[in-house]
Design a protein around this ligand. Sequence first.
Ligand code: HEC
Ligand code: HEC
Ligand code: HEC
Ligand code: HEC
Ligand code: HEC
Length: 405
Amino acid sequence: MTLLVFAGAACAGAACDEAALGSGEIEPPALAAAGTAPSAVLVEPAFEPSGVGAPLERVEPSPTVPAVARALAVEVDLPRPHRARGARAVKENAECADCHEEEAREWERSRHRQAFTNRAFADAFAIEPAGFCADCHAPEADETPVTGPVSRLGVGCVTCHVDNDGAVLAVARDGAAGDEAPHAIRRSPGFGTAAACAGCHEFRFPTARPGATDDGAFMQTTAREHARSPAADRSCASCHMPSKAGRRSHDFGVVRDPDWLREALSASVSLDVSDALEITLTQKAPGHAFPTGDLFRRLEVGAELRGPGGKVLLRRVRHLERHLEISRSRGTRELVDDDRVFFEPRVVELDLHPPDGAAAPSSVVWWVKLQRVAQTFDGRDPSAAIIESEVPLYRGTLPWKPSQP
Ligand code: HEC
Ligand code: HEC
Ligand code: HEC
Ligand code: HEC
Ligand code: HEC
């Protein structure tokens, strides 16, 4: 995600179709066969972001956290950006890892651990080294320049678990579990809820009016989407930290597992008499919009009308995402559309009416992909976006059914 790319207008609705129309120059990749799926977690070499020396302006607190905390009457110091404990955090974190080896192994390969060093962040930060980025991607950093082991720690055990008094936060539960710990444990009802994550997983654009509460003012809205979802009472951890033998997975890697993603979103297609292909996407157990998270996550839904020898006669592509329109001259940003899948099934209609004079169509190839986008440039041409990575979710072929007279 690179902020600079906001200096342009994202397309909406029909405009996207037009912009992405082409002659089949981009061949969609074959669907990864079940069982040969790439491993759930990307482990990347550590990069040292070059964007150092930026002033550390603070990120504005998310409004959802205090709301959750008030509802629960939670008073503990829940996980949040800018903990800024410096070198002490690195030392304490190593101690946690020494005793809790399994959690530590999983955390080492997580995106939290790599929050400051992964290539996607490093690239974005190099272009735009805003100090506020470090609040979440290097939350224990306490100084400028943002560099060294404290930044590389990323989101540490201590960032989520250790409050300002030095006690270890854990979920509230009955009985004496954890009593044998050689450290103080503070069991908190809040830690077992979305409030353990919301502090970093919802935030405003740095340029938004302070205190603004509309969705368009927010760069990420995962916490409020969750609060509006049928799973509002379920913790984020219940989906993102699957339990194994009474322990929660700490690699947060399921979101990169194609099989897990397909479990969460189903797709069905139908071709109607007026040559429109309808692709219906349905979330099975919505915890928030699909996709959520970073601003430039999107679902690509596409189809090609094929003729003799597989020749592409027509190609239609739609991108389901948060569509923002930015006026550089007025310095405004408006959320003009949000057509991600959320709760209600999303029906995407692609007009496959054969072009005049084209050869006789024989089949329709369609696909659905989850794309993590690094840059959208001016935002007007969705096909110009630089794709950081993509997960092919569905792909199929239908026989062509000619129009009825
Ligand atoms: C000297 C070893 C040691 C160190 C250092 C240590 N722990 Fe523990 N911790 C334990 C033991 C033993 C328990 C109790 C058994 C268990 O739950 O694993 C425990 C319990 C916990 C629990 C409660 C689990 C539950 O819900 O019952 C959490 C959370 C935890 N530790 C996190 C941490 C974090 C974070 C750090 C670093 C700040 C840390 N621990 C440092 C040994 C250690
Ligand atoms: C992004 C936040 C986050 C980070 C980073 C994190 N934890 Fe946790 N951890 C949690 C949450 C949330 C739970 C409780 C989930 C639940 O049971 O609902 C938990 C549970 C635990 C438990 C209880 C036993 C278990 O595994 O379920 C231990 C022990 C623990 N964490 C230790 C660690 C250690 C050690 C690290 C670093 C190597 C670490 N955690 C990093 C959020 C985090
Ligand atoms: C201190 C801030 C902070 C807290 C607290 C936090 N996260 Fe994150 N989380 C991040 C950042 C930053 C990233 C992005 C790291 C990257 O890829 O650069 C991230 C990434 C993720 C991802 C994406 C993983 C991937 O492979 O792309 C998931 C899922 C996630 N967090 C879930 C959670 C959950 C669930 C909790 C609460 C238990 C939580 N986070 C708490 C900051 C936080
Ligand atoms: C009912 C299950 C469920 C719950 C509850 C849930 N999620 Fe998710 N989450 C998913 C699924 C499925 C995906 C993959 C599709 C997507 O990106 O939306 C996902 C994706 C994500 C991602 C996107 C990572 C990426 O690919 O960029 C983040 C970040 C995330 N969740 C954080 C959270 C946080 C924070 C909460 C709580 C406020 C939460 N989730 C609650 C199921 C859930
Ligand atoms: C309030 C916390 C917060 C702030 C501030 C923040 N981020 Fe993030 N960032 C996150 C979270 C949480 C995610 C994970 C969402 C996801 O993976 O979809 C994330 C994801 C990303 C990603 C995708 C990483 C990946 O693994 O694909 C990039 C790139 C990124 N942020 C760059 C930045 C930059 C650059 C800034 C400053 C201009 C910034 N972030 C400010 C919380 C934050």
